[in-house]
Design a protein around this ligand. Structure first.
Ligand SMILES: NC(=O)C1=CN([C@@H]2O[C@H](COP(=O)(O)OP(=O)(O)OC[C@H]3O[C@@H](n4cnc5c(N)ncnc54)[C@H](O)[C@@H]3O)[C@@H](O)[C@H]2O)C=CC1
Ligand SMILES: O=C(CO)COP(=O)(O)O
Length: 342
């Protein structure tokens, strides 16, 4: 069945997911707040800054008018940086009176409030306008999805029917979607892996090799699991696509904006130059700030997150941060305390 779907955010991921929906026969209305980009997508069928060389299918129309974007839709996909989520939710609330299935594919935690994105959506959009909230997350770089390369991802919702609806909207020969009821675990895995990817990039920038990368991925997974279990997530979620899966792709891929940002920091770039240099959102920076304080408030040990926080926000020199991480007292590798079992 063909649906009319609104996608908000015409960056690399919003455009790539629009292409998946268009390939599946859906009519996509893509909202962008950039007039040049709207013209480029509608007239040239390209989005060169974000997905160079990719042709945008004709069933994707782009608009800068939120009212027009939401006309006749019951399904909205949010794909803006975490810091823009509240603003676009407010715009949605004033431009529709239809209850919506709201899917989000962004990855972050809000500094200050420590809110996950689904929590921000529910705070900003009145209850009567929210049918369901579904999280779409997993190891999936836009650059590869837009080339129709095999990708697996998770659709998470407390309502299985809503997760299955989203699964059926996106599933095709190159895009395989699994459902999961654990919204907390799926959102935390997607958000915190960006911090670990910054660390993996820093290690590369410093000239370290695969041992350091493997250490970060596996001990990063321990940190994510500790925090997640404290917040009520299912530990098995972190063994899946949105945990170890997304850690692998983000910590090892040159496509990753977070990895590339870390690489530049390891090579000596100043933090505030890095996002400008990449020209795309580096979610891990703000999420490091949020996760560091969240972990402290919950008494959860997250040494890698702490080290990256000190580098990003307290000016600690990267070599010193690595040395301090390695020089800590010896520990057991596996602790059932991490799973909240004692
Ligand atoms: N790029 C990727 O491969 C993936 C990205 N994500 C997540 O998706 C989210 C978006 O990332 P990208 O598309 O990579 O970022 P991007 O930097 O490529 O694009 C972000 C887009 O959002 C737009 N935007 C910013 N504020 C806005 C506002 N207030 N209203 C409307 N549009 C606004 C920007 O103009 C830009 O077009 C992030 O949370 C990221 O972690 C998740 C999976 C894969
Ligand atoms: O989440 C992603 C891949 O799953 C994208 O990560 P980056 O934002 O680091 O590119």
């Amino acid at each position: 069945m063909s649906n009319h779907i609104t996608v908000i955010g015409a960056g690399s991921w919003g455009t790539a997911l629009s292409i998946v929906l268009a390939d599946n026969g859906h009519e996509v209305m893509l909202y962008s707040h950039n007039h040049e980009q709207i013209n480029e997508i509608n007239n040239n069928r390209t989005n060169e800054k974000y997905l160079p060389g990719i042709e945008i299918p004709k069933s994707i129309q782009c608009t800068g008018d939120m009212g027009q974007a939401l006309e006749g839709t019951e399904i909205v996909l949010l794909v803006v940086p975490t810091k823009a989520i509240r603003e676009v939710c407010k715009q949605i609330s004033t431009n529709t009176n239809v209850p919506l299935t709201i899917i989000h594919a962004s990855k972050g935690i809000e500094p200050g409030s420590y809110k996950r994105i689904s929590e921000m959506i529910l705070e900003e959009i009145p209850e009567k306008l929210v049918k369901d909230v579904v999280v779409l997350s997993g190891p999936s770089h836009a650059e590869e999805v837009s080339l129709r390369q095999p990708t697996t991802i998770t659709s998470a919702s407390s309502n299985l029917q809503a997760a299955e609806l989203v699964q059926s909207l996106f599933m095709n020969a190159y895009f395989r979607v699994y459902t999961n009821p654990d919204i907390v675990g799926v959102e935390l895995g997607g958000a915190i892996k960006n911090i670990i990817a910054l660390g993996a990039g820093v290690c590369h920038g410093l000239g370290y090799g695969d041992n350091a990368k493997a250490a970060l991925i596996t001990r990063g997974l321990t940190e994510i699991t500790r925090l997640g279990c404290k917040m009520g997530a299912n530990p098995l979620t972190f063994a899946g696509l949105t945990g170890v899966g997304d850690l692998i792709v983000t910590c090892t891929s040159v496509h990753s904006r977070n990895w590339r940002a870390g690489d530049l920091i390891g090579k000596g770039y100043a933090i505030d130059e890095v996002e400008k240099e990449l020209g795309m959102v580096v979610e891990g920076i703000r999420t490091t700030e949020a996760a560091f304080h969240l972990a402290q408030s919950l008494g959860v040990e997250m040494p890698i997150t702490k080290a990256i926080y000190e580098v990003l926000f307290q000016g600690k020199e990267v070599n010193r941060a690595v040395h301090e991480l390695m020089d800590r007292g010896g520990k057991d590798e596996i602790s059932i305390k991490d799973l909240g079992l004692s």
